[in-house]
Design a binder for this molecule. Structure first.
Ligand code: ADP
Ligand code: MG
Length: 256
């Protein structure tokens, strides 16, 4: 097993509140690691720290043997970490494929002069961007929906498009913040299929999720946060029988 990500004593305080407190965490290359915990446990903040959207108050983050602590989000993205957000940010009036191309263009080298004079580099990059977008749409199962406006596709399709946007940056590690929030059980199945497919394509996956059936079926390992602290880590079987975890979930109803 090869370590792809680890945090040492990672901490984030907001005023007097420790949203993330001295968390040691590691992800092995090729695994699906889930992060669970009650609302307000610090899960999204933890992802914001790893992806560079928030600077940590303390501790270290190492990705692929390189320290990335304190790097801004765009620099972390260039290193190979992509993420989705708890709420999906899409352009609702634009076409599905345009959403992907716009997202992708933000990371290409095309500059203003290139785009005005349609240099050969600009034309090549446009073509590559379109090819990349089509490939990603096919991968996430939205090939047929490419020319539809985003607000005409289902909530579950929007979730897959948001994952596609993250994949368009060709990450080695993908962080998914509640990918199944707001969709029904049948739709969860196809999302689980997609997440497995992403892992099978060689991308390591880290996901925050409340739907316990999904977490228990998908994850190789689970880390549990409670009040910003890591209270347990282990396989789905170990986590389901962990007393601290059951207690954190008020009797274990949510873990069953
Ligand atoms: P989770 O994703 O596990 O539900 P969050 O990471 O969103 O939890 O939040 C953890 C705690 O940090 C909560 O108490 C939340 O109110 C607080 N928090 C999160 N982001 C901020 C922020 N930008 N400023 C102040 N407090 C925040
Ligand atoms: Mg959250």
């Amino acid at each position: 097993m090869t370590l792809i990500l680890n945090t040492e004593s990672l901490t984030k305080t907001f005023g007097g509140l420790s949203a993330v407190s001295t968390v040691d965490f590691n992800v092995q290359k090729g695994e699906i690691m889930a992060v669970i915990g009650p609302n307000g446990a610090g899960k999204s903040t933890f992802f914001n720290l790893i992806s560079g959207f928030l600077p940590p108050s303390g501790g270290r983050i190492v990705f692929s043997e390189e320290e990335i602590t304190g790097l801004p989000a765009h620099a972390v993205a260039l290193k190979g970490i992509a993420r989705t957000f708890q709420t999906t940010h899409l352009f609702p009036n634009s076409l599905v494929i345009d959403n992907l191309i716009i997202g992708n263009r933000l990371r290409t080298r095309m500059n203003f002069m290139d785009s005005i004079f349609k240099t050969s580099r600009a034309r090549r990059e446009e073509r590559e961007s379109l090819d990349n977008a089509r490939e990603i749409l096919d991968f996430v199962g939205l090939g047929e929906a490419a020319s539809r406006p985003v607000d005409s596709i289902s909530q579950e399709a929007k979730k897959r498009l948001a994952i596609g946007l993250a994949l368009a940056t060709r990450p080695r590690l993908l962080l998914l913040d509640e990918p199944a929030a707001g969709i029904n059980f049948n739709e969860t199945e196809s999302l689980m299929h997609l997440i497995n497919k992403i892992r099978d394509s060689g991308i390591t996956v880290c996901l925050i999720e409340h739907k316990m059936k999904m977490v228990m079926n998908l994850a190789d390992r689970i880390t549990v946060l409670n009040y910003g602290m890591k209270i347990a880590e282990g396989t789905p079987g170990e986590i389901q029988s962990d007393l601290r975890v059951i207690e954190a979930y008020l009797g274990g109803n949510e873990v069953a």
